[in-house]
Design a protein around this ligand. Structure first.
Ligand code: ZN
Length: 780
């Protein structure tokens, strides 16, 4: 009897003592930061965040903290792995289980796979990746990461124990550590001034700004690469909780399901998973008294650029909590709340409720919504562990099954200038690339040496398929018949964007009758060697295209200068339009930005005076002088409207002001025809692509008020008069642009203006038109 009591006592001691001891020494965030995350007007620096997690790692046997690499600006990119000590002791074994369930072929003969899988599912854990802070002005999530980690590390509650026992939590406090400090520095600098709570007047990621979460298939940025290589591909998480903030005036919180359209290659079980989990979280939060929650609205599931996990057997659980002004509270009146796609925050509906009546909105409200949602997500992951793993296995099983006759067997990718870049993307996405079996022919033609095959019976074939095929975006309309805007863009066909020849093949080894329409490849790409130093204009209002442009130049080690509003307003001594003029630059690039933003910048009073005013009339005058004395000015996409208006060019944007019902192209791949006798199009195929997104379309006009005659305009690219301009994505009113110009050169004085009616270096993806871009910067 005494022995039994002693044993019992010992068991109790063993099972409870570690938690009790741990609880007493686990540091709270405020003990390290000096404030509680969520306190008004308080932001943590990246050093403080890292310091907190390091202290947590030292104090807790539930937390393993590591640096995965360095960011674009050389800060540590970090992750905390959080689970029970027992699970943390067998991480390698748990990774192995994930690998096997992800690729059921590794489980041996078909007949016994399900049985082996069932055994692995019994032993495995739900893998939950929580990513915070990719958008750095959305400060709630990186602050919440410390609250989430602290509770997981310190709590003795039964529900937390269940989470720790049944899940592995991979917590990334920020996907963009550089931005944490960019925003904090600006916020602290403007605190207590009229500009408190404004967004910083610079991109919060060195190159991509807000576009940093549009990189989940192009993988251009080091932060994307680290996340994919060292987290996604190592762990294959079943759930990826991506914590964001939205504007201040809509719902208090968005949770999945996503609104239509869902990209057709997202597996149905993944759609079921985010629907079930999102609805569970919303229902539980409503039951706890949270208000203003929307589901099935605003955010769609179309582009893989934002959803790596959907093509890798994981559910992306986006959450979007309403913002304050960075860390400063705001007060909202009920009638200030504004509708967004799919709901009206002033009315209850199946997509929205219960109504939030307005009032004060603090950073602590944001962190409360975020942490509550995150723990509900973890509860679901823990309580339904087997179901999550079964579904994960089912997705893998469907992916690897042999393709039946008539089904898509795979894609053949011909060698070409950008083929390796395309294959690198597929490789990084976990897609196996192999040489084709002998006997494949294209028509009567033997396959060129170096052709590669992507089979569809492999775990991540869906990722390859969505990137290799043509997108047909559905023609979605609201109740009044207006087109419903996609949340991001509508096309991501890499063979078109990169100018690579790809052929789909049907099982068993047959070519389908109709192949996706693929335009020509670049046969003789001009080497990138610029004659002289170009300058990139940087508006005081940060623009993503300017950042992408710098990334492309840096990644190719091309030197360039940067010109600001202030410098362009000050004048001409920086320009070098001709040998007789002393100065620095002979070509200036104006990246894609609205014409009005270029001209006016921030309005007076919105930001400190040194950031307001844009190019202004002085800047316009100096740019015109630069051209007239021999310089080259290159305008990209919307910036071309600025040139037409300010220089009074003999051009008209034929789609300006048209309602969406008449003309709409929200990020699509169009077909253009080139005049290859022009130096800018030299070496290009006759037909290529144009990335069109809020793009102008040009018509040459005889305008007596224009500064130069129409004969000074040379059309370099135009939309075909006879063919459908749309290659991939969505286009309404395509007939309106047939035969119109997409790229023109206008002689003005001794110099020239080059207007792109598209984005030739779109998000560092449209390699097919890089030659046009670089030739515009270098040919004279
Ligand atoms: Zn965001």
């Amino acid at each position: 009897m005494r022995t039994r009591i002693a044993t019992l006592f010992l068991l109790i001691f063993v099972s409870f003592a570690p938690s009790t001891i741990a609880q007493t020494k686990i540091p709270k965030p405020e003990e390290v930061l000096g404030f509680t995350p969520g306190d008004d007007r308080k932001l943590a620096s990246w050093n403080q965040v890292v310091d907190y997690f390091e202290q947590l790692d030292r104090a807790s046997d539930r937390v393993k903290f590591e640096t995965l690499g360095q960011t674009s600006m050389n800060k540590p990119f970090v992750m905390a792995t959080i689970s029970s000590p027992a699970n943390l002791a067998r991480l390698d074994e748990l990774k192995e289980i994930q690998d096997q369930l992800a690729n059921p072929r590794t489980l041996g003969p078909l007949a016994t796979r399900d049985r082996k899988a069932a055994e692995l599912i019994r032993q495995g854990k739900t893998i939950v990746l929580i990513t915070c802070g990719i958008h750095s002005t959305e400060v709630g999530s990186y602050l919440s990461s410390m609250l989430i980690a602290h509770r997981l590390a310190s709590s003795t509650d039964a529900d937390i124990q269940k989470i720790l026992d049944n899940t592995i939590i991979l917590l990334v406090p920020s996907l963009n550590p550089d931005g944490v400090d960019i925003v904090k520095n600006w916020y602290d600098k403007t605190l207590g001034t009229p500009f408190e709570g404004t967004d910083p007047p610079e991109l919060y990621h060195k190159y991509t700004g807000h576009d940093n979460n549009r990189d989940w298939y192009a993988f251009t940025q080091v932060e994307t690469q680290l996340t994919v290589d060292k987290i996604h591909n190592v762990w294959h998480p079943q759930i990826v909780h991506d914590i964001h903030q939205q504007g201040a005036f809509g719902s208090r919180l968005f949770l999945p399901p996503y609104m239509a359209p869902v990209e057709p290659n997202v597996p149905k079980p993944i759609v079921q998973a985010y629907t079930e989990l999102g609805n569970f979280m919303a229902a539980e939060m409503r039951a706890k008294g949270f208000q203003g929650i929307t589901t099935n609205s605003t955010y769609d599931a179309w582009t893989p650029a934002r959803a790596y996990s959907h093509y890798h057997a994981g559910a992306r659980m986006l959450s979007e909590t309403a913002s304050a002004r960075i860390a400063s509270p705001i007060t909202l009146k009920f009638d200030e709340l504004r509708s967004r796609e799919g709901y009206d925050p002033q009315k209850e509906s199946p997509q929205f409720g219960p109504v939030w009546r307005g009032g004060e909105w603090h950073l602590s409200d944001i962190t409360k919504y975020m942490t509550t949602a995150a723990f509900l997500l973890l509860d679901h992951a823990a309580q339904n562990r087997e179901q999550w793993l079964r579904r994960f296995y089912a997705v893998g099983k469907e992916a690897v099954r042999p393709r039946r006759p008539g089904e898509l067997f795979g894609f053949l990718i011909e060698p070409g200038n950008n083929t390796q870049a395309l294959l690198n993307i597929l490789n990084r996405g976990g897609v196996v690339v192999e040489p084709p079996q002998p006997g494949f022919k294209i028509g009567n033609r033997e396959l060129p040496e170096g052709t590669r095959l992507i089979r569809m019976d492999q775990p991540y074939a869906g990722f390859a398929k969505t990137l290799l095929e043509v997108q047909r975006y559905p023609n979605l309309r609201d109740a009044e018949g207006h087109p419903i805007a996609p949340y991001d863009v509508t096309a991501h066909t890499l063979p078109l964007l990169m100018g690579v020849v790809v052929h789909p093949v049907k099982a068993p080894f047959r070519f389908p009758r109709t192949t996706p329409e693929i335009v020509g490849v670049i046969r003789n790409p001009s080497p990138v060697k610029l004659a002289e130093l170009p300058a990139i204009y940087r508006s005081s209002v940060p623009g993503n295209d300017e950042g992408w442009t710098r990334w492309i130049m840096d990644s190719k080690s091309i030197d360039y200068g940067v010109l600001t509003d202030k410098e362009l307003r000050a004048g001409i001594t920086i320009f070098k339009p001709s040998p007789s003029v002393t100065g620095k630059y002979y070509v200036i690039l104006i990246p894609d930005q609205p014409a009005r933003t270029l001209l006016e910048g921030y309005r007076s009073g919105a930001m400190p005076p040194e950031y307001t005013g844009g190019l202004g009339p002085e800047g316009v005058r100096h740019l015109r002088d630069f051209v007239e004395t021999g310089g080259t000015l290159v305008f990209l996409n919307r910036a071309s409207n600025f040139a037409i208006e300010q220089f009074k060019l003999p051009l008209r944007n034929v789609v300006a002001g048209l309602p969406r019902t008449d003309f709409y192209v929200p990020g699509s791949i169009l077909r253009i025809e080139l005049d290859t006798s022009h130096p800018i199009a030299s070496g290009m195929p006759k037909e290529t692509i144009a990335w069109a997104e809020d793009s102008p379309v040009f018509e040459v006009v005889d305008d007596p008020n224009a500064t130069v005659p129409a004969s000074n305009v040379r059309v370099i690219a135009s939309y075909s008069a006879g063919k459908d301009p749309l290659l991939s994505g969505w286009l309404l009113g395509g007939d309106l642009i047939k035969g119109k110009a997409a790229l023109v050169e206008v002689k003005m004085g001794k110099g020239r203006v080059i207007l792109f009616g598209f984005r030739p270096q779109y998000r560092a993806q449209s390699l097919a038109t890089y030659s046009l871009f670089f030739n515009a910067l270098s040919s004279r």
